[in-house]
Write a protein that binds this ligand. Structure first.
Ligand SMILES: [Zn+2]
Length: 287
């Protein structure tokens, strides 16, 4: 019953599951999911949005990033992993409370950050399904937006995401380079080169990482916000950026709820091991 009651609470807070829609006609399940490399917002002024990957590393890093956005009146998008820098399961209360308070948005970056093009399709889909079931087990519903680790994908991955109920895959057109091991000064110099390029896009959809010191501790995000302000770009959250209306979590199916109940643990290794013992085809046990 815990799942049901938590889910109802989230519904009451209008955070979850009322339905997600894209502008335009509904695509069939065999078409690729919408793939976004930039904000499609139509507005007089250019816009930008920032989505941060690979968390949650720790409460300290996560809160630091959220606070940086909050001071600007903005809401970050986190594409979290299930078991990468850290295990997501112990953060269930933290994520639920940031959602309820409207301080952050969440999507899927898969379970363990695989190279999608280097593993069989079923292994990649297992990775996607594990985080879906983790979110359901955490009482948050199933995610509707996905970001590919390393950006790696092909058309078949996009079709599978559509079949799984996703409404968007989110790439980027501005890499912050926060992952590259460079100093903040070197990152800023390279970004200034990007900004000076004649083909710099009008709108920018950023790739950042909440797990990096540059973002969580050294002020790169503030520098990016200042640069965007100088360029006259307004911040929009990821929903506005890509035109997804409504909550970013959908109501789980009864099968997903039943499977998630059998995986109720805060230990990611035990969670994945228990998943592998469930009946059904690997990667499609919940469909
Ligand atoms: Zn990543």
């Amino acid at each position: 019953m815990r799942l049901t009651s938590t889910f109802a609470a989230l519904l009451g807070a209008t955070l979850c599951c009322a339905g997600v829609s894209l502008a335009g006609p509904v695509a069939s399940r065999d078409e690729p999911v919408a793939f976004h490399i930039n904000c499609t917002t139509r507005s007089e002024r250019p816009v930008f949005s920032i989505a941060l990957d690979d968390g949650i590393r720790s409460t300290e890093y996560h809160e630091s990033v959220i606070s940086t956005f909050e001071r600007r009146g903005h809401v970050p998008m986190f594409f979290v992993n299930g078991d990468f820098f850290g295990c997501i399961l112990p953060y269930r209360d933290e994520i639920r409370s940031t959602l309820e308070q409207g301080r952050a948005l969440y999507g899927s970056h898969g379970w363990a950050h695989p190279h999608a093009l280097e593993i069989p399709l079923e292994e990649w889909e297992r990775d996607v399904e594990l985080l879906e079931l983790a979110y359901v087990a955490m009482g948050l519903g199933r995610p509707r937006v996905y970001r590919f680790p390393f950006g790696e994908h092909n058309d078949e991955h996009l079709v599978r995401l559509r079949q799984r109920g996703y409404v968007a895959a989110v790439q980027w057109n501005q890499d912050s380079r926060d992952w590259a091991g460079l100093s903040k000064a070197d990152v800023e110099a390279k970004l200034l080169d990007d900004f000076a390029a004649p083909d710099q896009p009008r709108n920018l959809l950023w790739l950042n990482h909440e797990v990096q010191d540059l973002d969580a501790k050294e002020g790169l995000l503030d520098w990016e916000f200042d640069q965007m302000a100088q360029q006259g770009k307004d911040y929009v959250d990821i929903r506005q950026c890509i035109g997804v209306h409504g909550p970013l979590f959908a109501k789980p199916t009864r099968k997903q709820r039943e499977l998630a109940k059998q995986l109720d643990t805060n230990d990611c290794k035990a969670f994945a091991a228990a998943y592998d013992q469930l009946p059904g085809p690997r990667g499609r046990k919940s469909l």
